[in-house]
Design a binder for this molecule. Sequence first.
Ligand SMILES: COc1ccccc1CNc1ccc(C(N)=O)cn1
Length: 253
Amino acid sequence: MNVTVLTLFPEMLQAITGYGITRRAVETGLLTVNAVNPRDYTTDRHRTVDDRPFGGGPGMLMKVEPLLAALKAAREQLGVPARVVYLTPQGRKLDQPAVDRLATEPAMILIAGRYEGIDERVVATEVDEQWSIGDYVLSGGELPAMVMIDAMARRIPGVLGHQDSAEQDSFSGTLANLLDCPHYTRPEEVNGLRVPEVLLSGHHEAIRRWRLKQALGRTWQRRPDLLEARQHSPGLNSEEQDLLAEYIREHSE
Ligand SMILES: COc1ccccc1CNc1ccc(C(N)=O)cn1
């Protein structure tokens, strides 16, 4: 997947290109992340990228011309048709299904706005999709862009060490509308705190049921909205219904 970010702060992208799974995805060529800085496409002496809003109001907006010129350069750089995404509080709330679909795009241009956003004429003529990572306002679209890139990178085959299918198959995790179960690793006891015995038992069926019960129970406790969705599509099977009922009984006395 090839991603180009339009940003006034290209160095910020080192937060994903320089560390961990996303760094390795870039190094192995499974992912490319480039930056195009609209400031490099200004023509005035002061390299102006922002201006005051018509009609008054607080703050500044990103000007049209530098953005359009940067978009043109980004499209030429990518060389193939790219999906243009604008990260904004006015966008649709990003979720895993959206990430999974976006991750199938061969090329994307992410516009990271600064100030109070960008001139609407750029949105109207160039943006394909507007996305928000949550109902809060940040100082720029760079962090949301990196959140989207990180989430998409994990869906590219070969990027995750463990078999992708393992993640797909697991009932929990955001892919299956359930919260994940608790996880433990060595030592078996620390500060008097023990690992649940079932996880040490080697009984894979008992472990599977315990993890499913914990995932269902946690979702019931923390995210009833997710559970509601899961109860309708695809619906809880009889084992899941039994395990959830058991968890609720144990957590209601
Ligand atoms: C006032 O900032 C803006 C106003 C309009 C557009 C972009 C920005 C840049 N800031 C952003 C961007 C995205 C998100 C999000 N929730 O995805 C939060 N903040």
